[in-house]
Design a protein around this ligand. Structure first.
Ligand SMILES: Nc1ncnc2c1ncn2[C@@H]1O[C@H](COP(=O)(O)OP(=O)(O)OP(=O)(O)O)[C@@H](O)[C@H]1O
Ligand SMILES: [Mg+2]
Length: 418
């Protein structure tokens, strides 16, 4: 397996998580899934593995990434183009049956698009019924799938980004449209005959849960089965590092791998891949010898410097989004409180006591009542726990909120010091 840290991994490069793939595929037999989690924890990779898994049982599976979609029609366009090659692969009898409808839908999407953008309104296809909107089109497209005699998996990546786009672009109407979209998904789509033959796997990294709670539409995503991706266990993390070490002929043994996992703390494969990358780079650069001849002791001595490399400016793009998503989800004022609390927790690897953090927050909210200050703390505490910034560690006898990801703590600390 290669040391890939960035793009989704597939096949040989997809390590572990086979139980999770099986579990997700199993859930999809009866339910649709919403897989939310922080960036870079391997959502796209595992969803592609799930696609491969169900394809092996004769399902059709398509993937659409809707991060660039600004509205409902763009969503349908994505869906339509992803379906085109699948439609082409259907048996000729079915293909003949569907081809005309499928092409007609394409024409209707184009004509609505022209009408909506206002570009060349004169050339609007008059065959498209004036009252037609994206809902009818979406239903028609899905009805087509539902008539094929095989089950379908539609994987929608980054749906929350599309919904945030819709809200941002349409200040008066965006929220209402998002609700309608989610309602369509939950009610209209399910009411179509044969809807059980199309399963949805939806994933994303910005807080869809916060968005729907804030706008009072949590009910719209309740029908999806909510799933998360846990970090690797220590054993799996070590096994992955040993496999990488073998591939790059680095004399990493069990003990050294354990130390590297301990340095990362939150054994999500991306951060292990990163840590391995920086370690390999350190070993080659600092030992003025071939990395392959480095001893285990040499390698262990480079773990600490490699972890520092990971959080230096230029290498730290991966950490910025942890800060940015706070503003996106919480708005500027609440995000500033969250950042202040995280800065407090970052000062010590073992975290900070909640009592001390509450006192700090009280100082930041002098004009609010004790109840309001407390409510703010509890709300932020839970969001930061849910989104994997920190976890409550009670091993010392006193509860302390500490960072999951040690490199993120170091980065947070570094950016806040002079
Ligand atoms: N099963 C795995 N085995 C090995 N590496 C993995 C695995 N899953 C994820 N990774 C690592 O994590 C990186 C990111 O994976 P992926 O793109 O699937 O995550 P993501 O959660 O979809 O990220 P984003 O939020 O940026 O879309 C990969 O480049 C790889 O380094
Ligand atoms: Mg992804």
């Amino acid at each position: 397996m290669d040391n890939i840290a960035g793009t989704p991994v597939e096949g040989e490069n997809f390590f572990g998580r086979s139980t999770e793939v099986g579990r997700l595929a199993d859930i999809l037999r009866n339910d649709d899934i919403l897989l939310l989690g922080p960036r870079r924890i391997g959502k796209t990779s595992i969803c592609r593995a799930v696609m491969a898994h169900v394809k092996a049982s004769n399902w059709h599976a398509i993937e659409i990434n809707v991060a660039s979609c600004e509205d409902e029609l763009a969503f349908l366009e994505k869906l339509h183009s992803a379906l085109a090659p699948e439609m082409a692969s259907l048996g000729s009898k079915i293909k003949d049956k569907f081809a005309a409808t499928f092409d007609a839908i394409s024409t209707r999407i184009k004509s609505i698009k022209i009408a909506v953008t206002g570009a060349g309104t004169a050339s609007v296809d008059l065959a498209a019924p004036a009252s037609e909107d994206w809902i009818h089109l979406g239903n028609d497209l899905l009805r087509l799938l539902m008539q094929a005699d095989q089950p379908w998996l539609v994987y929608i990546d980054e749906l929350p980004i599309m919904l945030f786009n819709m809200i941002r672009n349409d200040t008066p109407g965006g929220v209402k449209r998002v609700r309608r979209f989610l309602d369509w998904f939950r009610n209209d789509v399910r009411a179509l005959p044969g809807s059980h033959s199309v399963r949805w796997l939806v994933s994303g990294s910005v807080g869809l849960d916060t968005l729907v709670q804030q706008h009072g539409m949590a009910d719209t995503i309740n029908s999806l089965n909510h799933q998360h991706l846990a970090a690797f266990t220590e054993d799996v993390a070590i096994a992955m590092l040993l496999k990488l070490a073998e591939r790059y002929q680095l004399a990493l043994d069990n003990e050294a791998a354990r130390k590297l996992v301990a340095a990362v703390q939150w054994a999500q494969p991306y951060y292990l891949q990163k840590a391995f990358h920086y370690l390999r780079q350190r070993v080659s650069a600092n030992l003025s010898t071939n990395a392959n001849t480095a001893t285990v002791a040499d390698i262990i001595s480079q773990i600490e410097p490699a972890m520092n490399d990971m959080v230096q400016p230029g290498s730290d793009n991966d950490f910025h989004h942890w800060e940015q998503r706070l503003a996106l989800q919480l708005g500027a004022a609440q995000a500033a409180h969250a950042i202040a609390l995280l800065s407090l927790a970052a000062q010590d690897a073992t975290g900070a006591r909640p009592e001390n953090m509450l006192i700090h927050l009280e100082g930041r909210m002098p004009n609010d009542s004790t109840e309001k200050q407390r409510e703010m703390f509890i709300n932020l505490r839970d969001i930061l726990q849910r989104d994997a910034y920190w976890w409550p560690d009670e091993s010392s006898g006193n509860k302390r909120y500490r960072f999951h990801l040690e490199p993120l703590r170091r980065w947070w600390l570094r950016r806040n010091s002079l």
